[in-house]
Design a binder for this molecule. Structure first.
Ligand code: DGY
Length: 324
């Protein structure tokens, strides 16, 4: 019998991470990469000392309550943890960690990718070329919206939003405005060329591009509803790299069809991997499959960060990234 802690790894991870996991732990890897589902997660909680889990594992109160439970820790591979009922985990004495910092740059890059894609109609353009419909250059063909010099409104001003602000301001000469109940210091905001606004509505009304960077909580669920989408300018665009729950997807599809806003670019959805059929049928929305942190470098760094938290936990040391 191994004396190393047993860790169930719920999804396939980059090879260097799986190698280190197998060296330091009695790791049960998921070679098929199929989500475990509620029953598999319960079994893992009952048979392992820790789970290395991801956004695709819904660790609800019901799942976490599986008895008799052996697990004492959940090392989440990702910064967002709205898929984990953290209050229940805390109540049950389960430690939970996440992987902040290491995915900031990759996710900010993707937010800028989305912003450029939707404003310059690159998804539509690609479909146009691939379908063989392109008849050649002409001065009025597929005109988009200029990015340089426009106003970017950030909803939330945490690490990723700040990295987006830096790119937008210093790279594209955008004017950046933001709203966050916990704003950065005036000096930091100034270094990003970012100006605070007193309310979310001010940001929505003034911005040419609104990019969402708030966590998914009961308070932010459907933050971007019909009414708030209606506050945005008709020429403006919505970008979401945060969580699908923050946007009322049905209200967004309606706003896009009716021209309430000019376009949207989404990396996250309310019921992943399902995307509302209405959105799929629209040309003025860019749809990506939750790629925010999806670079080789970042996914390895996320795995190593989760491993660091696991090692600290089983050594009895404080976690680097506790979320409970
Ligand atoms: C994150 O880190 O939150 C990503 O969205 C994957 O979970």
């Amino acid at each position: 019998m191994s004396t190393r802690p047993r860790v169930v790894v719920t999804r396939r991870l980059p090879q260097p991470v799986e190698e280190e996991l197998s060296r330091d732990f009695d790791a049960r890897l998921n070679r098929d990469d199929q989500p475990l589902g509620p029953d598999g997660l319960k079994e893992a909680l009952q048979t392992a000392d820790a789970l290395l889990c991801t956004v695709t594992d819904r660790l609800t109160a019901e799942v976490l309550g599986a008895e008799p439970r052996r697990a004492r820790m959940l090392a989440n591979f990702g910064v967002g943890f709205n898929h984990i009922d953290v209050q229940t985990a805390k109540h049950l004495g389960l430690a939970v960690s996440n992987t902040p910092d290491v995915l900031t740059e990759a996710t900010a890059d993707l937010a800028i990718t989305l912003l450029l894609m939707v404003s310059r109609r690159t998804g539509e353009g690609e479909r146009h070329v691939r379908s063989g419909s392109w008849t050649g250059w002409r001065p009025t063909h597929m005109l988009g919206s200029q990015v340089s010099g426009k106003v970017l409104g950030l909803v939330g001003m945490g690490r990723i939003a700040r990295a987006v602000a830096r790119r937008a301001h210093h790279g594209f000469g955008m004017r950046v405005i933001f709203h966050d109940p916990y704003p950065p210091s005036p000096a930091e905001a100034a270094s990003l060329g970012a100006e605070p606004r007193a309310s979310l509505d001010h940001v929505l009304e003034e911005a040419d591009f609104v990019s969402l960077h708030c966590p998914a909580t009961p308070e932010t669920r459907h933050l971007m509803n019909r009414e708030r989408l209606g506050r945005m300018q008709r020429s403006s665009f919505l970008i979401n790299t945060a969580r699908g729950d923050v946007v009322d997807e049905a209200a967004l599809a309606e706003a896009l069809s009716e021209g309430t806003i000019a376009g949207a670019a989404l990396d996250v959805f309310e019921k992943e991997p399902q995307v509302s059929p209405q959105l799929l049928s629209l040309e003025n929305v860019v749809l990506l499959p939750h790629l925010g942190s999806a670079t080789h470098e970042t996914r390895i760094a996320m795995g190593m960060r989760a491993l660091e938290n696991l090692r600290l936990f089983f050594r009895g040391a404080p976690l680097r990234d506790p979320v409970t």
